[in-house]
Design a protein around this ligand. Sequence first.
Ligand SMILES: [Zn+2]
Length: 236
Amino acid sequence: MHIHIRKTGTHLGVCLSVLICLFLAVPANAAAVALTFDDGPTAKQTRAIVEILQKEDVLATFFLCGYRLEEYEEIASLLADPDFELGVHGYSHQPMNDLNEDVLQEELDSTAKLITEYTGHTPTVMRPPGGLTNDTVQKICTQNGYPIILWSVDPEDWRPGNTADFVSSRVLEQIRDGDIILLHDLNRRTTDALPDIIRELKQQGFEFLTVSELAERQGVALESGASYYRFSPNSG
Ligand SMILES: [Zn+2]
């Protein structure tokens, strides 16, 4: 059939045969999610988080702060692993919706420069502290080529008093294909919850991808300055 269609010599025939071959060659994708860790690197948690991710062989994304990169250069080098995507979380962790264009530009540039200097990664995604964005943030992100990555699952690992069990159950009870999970590289409860989250989701058949890979998998072309909460299947 393949050859027969090609013999017709029409553009349509060739396109159809290519489509059929692609369809047959690509297996159905597993459900996938993105783990994201904000506010690092930190002396207390980064190393342990990286070890868990590497041991479980899963991909993840870190949104890093410039001032912490400067403070923990050596720890930052642990994030050089190509299985990690590194994004910009601003230099100072001030709410970006309070900043003027010049300050905002400097927040993005200085952090991106430190990421590249310490890890060799070139960041292509941005998450504003607290998820706070406005027209100015969007404008500067558009000019600098950064899509704005927010989240769809927030297990509140940042809230004092929450336990590791609370954090893992909050993730597991609401997870769907294409979700972006907000975690922090800050507190022990997050690190303690992580093995449970990863093993349980693996058992349920979920794959772990970086934010950019998850978007691609789900057929979403990331646009600079646009905000993304999750990448639902076939949303592209
Ligand atoms: Zn933050």
